[in-house]
Every structure is written in structure tokens, then in C-alpha cells.
Design a protein around this ligand. Structure first.
Ligand code: HEC
Length: 87
């Protein structure tokens, strides 16, 4: 009986972890560059229009801002693509 309870607890914990992880990843995967940009880049300052910088400059700026905004690789790519598309 006791052993079954322990096994049930472990199974439940694994189940909860899997559900939480899948929620987090679909949240990021589902977000567009526009959404990520508006959620992350205007916390500290207004952002200039994408036409203000060239594609290469956006890569450099976002490499730097990625550290400031604590972005993942995926978020960084999506935001940079969004800024570059406006050029
Ligand atoms: C935690 C605060 C913070 C976040 C979040 C942030 N920035 Fe910045 N940003 C700064 C600061 C501070 C500067 C001034 C330059 C420096 O000291 O790094 C700056 C400067 C800039 C500049 C001006 C560069 C120049 O040469 O004129 C641009 C463009 C910019 N950020 C874009 C972004 C974008 C795009 C994002 C989202 C990916 C972002 N920032 C997120 C703090 C932030």
C-alpha cells in the first residue's frame, strides 16, 4: 500500500512536470515576432521603427538587447526577423 502511494506520487509529479513544460514551450512557439517584440522590447524604452536600422545593425542591436531582455535563441531570432522584415 505504502509503496503504491509512493509510486503514484512520483507518477503524478512526472505528469505535472510534463504538462507544465509543454505549456511553456507552446507559449513560446505560438508567439510571433511582433508579440515577442511588444512584450519584451518596450519594458525599458520606446523602440525605434524597424526602418531606423539596417538588417545587419538589427542583428548587432538584438544580440546586445538579447542579454538585456533575457531572450531565448528562438525569441531572439523571431524578434530580429520581425525587425528586419520592416526594412
Ligand atoms: C532591460 C532593459 C532593456 C530591454 C528589455 C531592452 N532594451 Fe534596448 N536598450 C536598453 C538600454 C539600457 C539601452 C542603451 C544602450 C545600452 O546601454 O545598452 C538600449 C538601447 C537600445 C537601442 C538603441 C541602439 C542605438 O544604437 O541607438 C535599440 C534600437 C534597442 N535598445 C532595441 C531593443 C529591442 C529590439 C529590444 C527587445 C529585443 C530591447 N531593446 C530590449 C535596455 C533594454
Amino acid at each position: 500500500m505504502k509503496r503504491n502511494t509512493i509510486i503514484l506520487c512520483i507518477a503524478t509529479l512526472i505528469g505535472i512536470t510534463a504538462v507544465v513544460e509543454s505549456c511553456v514551450s507552446t507559449k513560446v512557439i505560438g508567439k510571433s515576432g511582433t508579440t515577442l517584440w511588444s512584450e519584451n522590447c518596450q519594458r525599458c524604452h520606446n523602440t525605434p521603427p524597424s526602418s531606423a536600422f539596417t538588417n545587419t545593425q538589427w542583428e548587432v542591436i538584438n544580440t546586445h538587447m538579447r542579454q538585456r531582455a533575457i531572450l531565448t535563441e528562438d525569441e531572439y531570432k523571431k524578434i530580429t526577423e520581425f525587425m528586419q522584415a520592416g526594412e
